[in-house]
Design a binder for this molecule. Structure first.
Ligand code: TRP
Ligand code: SF4
Length: 296
């Protein structure tokens, strides 16, 4: 029997290159060898934005469109909406009975989410019961299928560790081997930062969307931060201090290109504008590979 993969994403709007390089690219490769279940986690979205549901329906569709564009193939993998599988909610109740409160309280990802919430305005700034249950709900997602592996971004690994703990505890409490302890799977690609050097994220307005057109992508790349100490284009550059553009070269360029960029930059033979124009073409090639344009 093929091993099983389960993973998901919250429908937070159109996805960006961080989602693609960090997670989806990995899913696309895995779908040939494993039974894959990919969930649009709309209940998880409600844990923080329960008061903003107007766009949820469209956000779910947008996530699925981006997945399809990236090459997730419904003939190979099962794509589904979390809330359409009520058995997962039922399992969540049972799992919540055996999960000690301090296990969820010490979950580092949850702590970060709570911190971010407190900086926002309006209704949804407190930590609700539902948000505390976030990792238990994710555990229910994974254990619904008894998945062997869970391919996620680095920020989700702590949740998968908790899933293992809960599965083990269930098996102990009921003296069974019913649940498999799943393992997280990380993509080996280095994390892509946002155009301003911070973590790439929709709310930071520093992302390149999978669905951005060629023009928009090229324009955005031109705003990527470079070596701040460089003023004129023939000043000697420092690729290692080039905060974003050179990092992108490392992700999208071939080894040969990267070393050419490095030496031309260091010798002052390469202006930042021209450098980023060329980088934009590399990123577009990667995005063409993603294959979005036929959908536009
Ligand atoms: N919590 C995940 C995220 O925010 C999404 C998610 C929900 C998930 N259920 C899952 C990921 C199950 C892996 C497995 O990205
Ligand atoms: Fe960065 Fe390229 Fe400018 Fe060098 S030339 S600082 S690598 S953008």
């Amino acid at each position: 029997m093929r091993k099983k993969i389960m993973s998901g994403m919250r429908p937070t709007g159109k996805l960006h290159l961080g989602h693609y390089l960090g997670v989806i690219d990995n899913w696309v490769k895995l779908q040939d060898e494993y039974d894959c279940y990919f969930s649009v986690a709309d209940w998880h979205a409600l844990t923080t934005t329960y008061d903003k549901t107007e766009n949820l329906r469209q956000d779910v569709l947008d996530v699925v469109m981006d997945w399809l564009a990236c090459g997730i193939d419904p003939k190979k993998a099962t794509i589904y909406v979390q809330s359409l599988v009520p058995e997962t909610a039922e399992l969540h109740i049972y799992l919540s009975m055996i999960t000690p409160q301090n296990w969820v309280e010490r979950d580092p990802t949850l702590k970060d989410m709570a911190k971010i919430l407190k900086t926002k305005e309006g209704m949804g700034t407190q930590v609700n019961y539902g948000l505390m249950g976030y990792p238990v709900l994710m555990t229910a997602d994974i254990l619904t299928f008894n998945a062997d592996f869970v391919p996620v971004g680095i920020d989700q690994v702590a949740h998968v560790e908790l899933t293992r703990d809960i599965a083990r505890r269930f098996n102990n409490v009921y003296n069974t081997e019913y649940f498999t302890e799943p393992q997280p799977l990380l993509n080996n690609c280095s994390l892509i930062c946002g155009l301003d050097g911070n973590k790439m994220g929709k709310s930071f307005n520093n992302d390149i969307k999978i669905s951005d057109t060629e023009e928009v992508t090229a324009k955005k790349i031109m705003t990527a931060i470079t070596d701040r100490s460089r003023i004129r284009k023939d000043d000697l550059g420092h690729p290692d201090e080039c905060e974003v553009a050179f990092k992108y070269w490392n992700i999208f360029g071939t080894e040969e290109e990267i070393s050419t960029v490095r030496s031309e930059c260091e010798q002052g033979l390469r202006g930042c504008a021209a450098c980023k124009r060329q980088l934009g073409e590399k990123v577009l090639l990667e995005k063409l590979y993603i294959n979005y344009f036929p959908f536009n």
